[in-house]
Unconditional design. Sequence first.
Length: 264
Amino acid sequence: MPEGHTIRRYADRHRKVLAGKEVATSSPQGRFTAGAARLNGRELLDVDAHGKHLFYRWHRAETLHVHLGLYGKFRLFRSEPPPPTPGTRLALSTADATIYLAGPTVCELIVPSQEEAILARLGPDPLKADTAGNTAEAFAANLSRRRIPIGAAILDQSVIAGIGNIYRAEGLFLTRVHPKTPANEVPPEKVGELWDKSVELLKRGVAEGRIATLPRVPLGKTEETDRLYVYNRERFPCRVCGGPISTGEMAARSIWWCDTCQSA
DNA sequence: GCTGCATGATGAA
DNA sequence: TCATCCTGCAGCA
């Protein structure tokens, strides 16, 4: 499910499978019928991702903007696809691939001014580190303007784009920053560490196709909490100090931390 | 077969 | 802060 690493993988995969090809599009669910009709038969030029947003660019058509939200999913079939589920918002198909999109928060056609507005309200993306504006400095500047807890600030996509609930908990633990620390009071070196750790964790997520933050986790079937330090681990002792893992609500989402390892 | 929950975000109050 | 969007699946009867 979708934090920034998942979105980037979709962009890369869909570019590889669809770019340069004419794509047949439809909306089995019927909620994107006009948009699908507009795109049907067009050539896909490229797919971009920023944070949790996807942008599909076409020859002679508007850009398709997709945001998966909490439930959204793509499914890709390289051979004969099964019939789409009733909730399939958009089907994209070529001679050798079919992609189904279900449950997105956003699936719309946009013009350049609309895309600019979306990008303008997104913070730097660690997966684009060191490209225009996607820097630790931009992240630090955004934090310096906020007095909300750092645990709330880094879920705000205008502060840093692509972090979700798992990366927030794990990133703060790994940099030993207490989630309740006011964003503008996090020491500069810790802000830098948090950015660098986000870059590292998201890149690893893209490479592995899942979120794992422990140093070495065998591939294959493991419980998700077996690959993490604190997320959803209030029933377990802290992996570092053996103390209890605390949990609470922050920015309307559950969060976990270790009061001993993470200092305010 | 049902219930509740989930790695997200918005708009109203 | 809360309701809402609205899919899929784990867990339980």
